[in-house]
Design a protein around this ligand. Structure first.
Ligand code: ADP
Length: 162
C-alpha cells in the first residue's frame, strides 16, 4: 500500500512556498497529488489550464507528484485519488482560523480523511501568490520567490494586462 496525500490550492501562480510544502510532504508520503482548484469565486489571474501547466513545469520528472485539476468538492477528489490525508500550509496566524474551519468542515464530510498542516522554511513564511503578483505588477523583484519559468510566465502575462 502506498501512502498518498493531496495538497489542494489555487496556485495562482505556484510559488517557492508551495514547492517547499510539497517537498516536505514528500518526506512523509509516497505520493502527493497536487489538486488545482478552479477557485472561480476567487477570480484567479491565471486560468486553470495555465495554473496546471505551470505546476507540471515545476514538478516535471518527479514521478511521486501528480497534478490534478478539480472543480468539485475536495473530499471527492481526495477519495478518487485514494488520498487519506489533506496537506495544507500554514503561514502567519491569519491563515489559522480559516484553515481550522476548512479542516473541520472536511472532517465532518469525510471523517476518514485527516488534514495535516505544514509550515514552509522561514524564508517563504510570508510568501503568497497574491502578494507576489502584486509586487511583480509594480515591477518589484520577486525572483527569489518563484521558479524561473513561473517568473517568466508571470512577467509575460502582466504585460498583457498593464
Ligand atoms: P487556496 O486558494 O486554497 O488558499 P493557495 O494556492 O493560496 O490556495 O494555497 C494553497 C495552500 O498552500 C494553503 O494551505 C496555503 O496556506 C498554503 N501556502 C501557500 N503559500 C504558502 C507559504 N508560503 N508557506 C506555507 N503555506 C503556504
Amino acid at each position: 500500500m502506498t501512502a498518498t496525500a493531496i495538497y489542494p490550492g489555487t496556485f495562482d501562480p505556484v510559488t517557492r512556498g508551495h514547492i517547499d510544502i510539497c517537498e516536505r510532504a514528500l518526506k512523509m508520503f509516497d505520493h502527493v497529488v497536487i489538486g488545482v482548484a478552479d477557485s472561480l469565486a476567487k477570480q484567479p489571474f491565471f486560468d486553470i489550464n495555465e495554473r496546471f501547466d505551470m505546476l507540471e513545469t515545476v514538478f516535471a520528472g518527479n514521478d511521486r507528484i501528480s497534478i490534478k485539476p478539480f472543480s468539485g468538492l475536495l473530499i471527492d477528489v481526495a477519495r478518487e485519488s485514494n488520498a487519506n490525508v489533506i496537506i495544507r500550509g500554514l503561514r502567519a496566524i491569519s491563515d489559522f482560523e480559516y484553515e481550522v474551519q476548512l479542516a473541520g468542515m472536511n472532517r465532518s464530510l469525510a471523517p476518514e480523511i485527516e488534514t495535516v498542516f505544514l509550515t514552509a522554511a522561514q524564508h517563504y513564511a510570508f510568501v503568497s501568490s497574491s502578494l507576489v503578483r502584486e509586487i511583480a505588477r509594480l515591477d518589484g523583484d520577486v525572483s527569489e520567490f518563484l521558479h524561473p519559468e513561473i517568473l517568466r510566465r508571470l512577467t509575460e502575462k502582466l504585460k498583457t494586462v498593464k
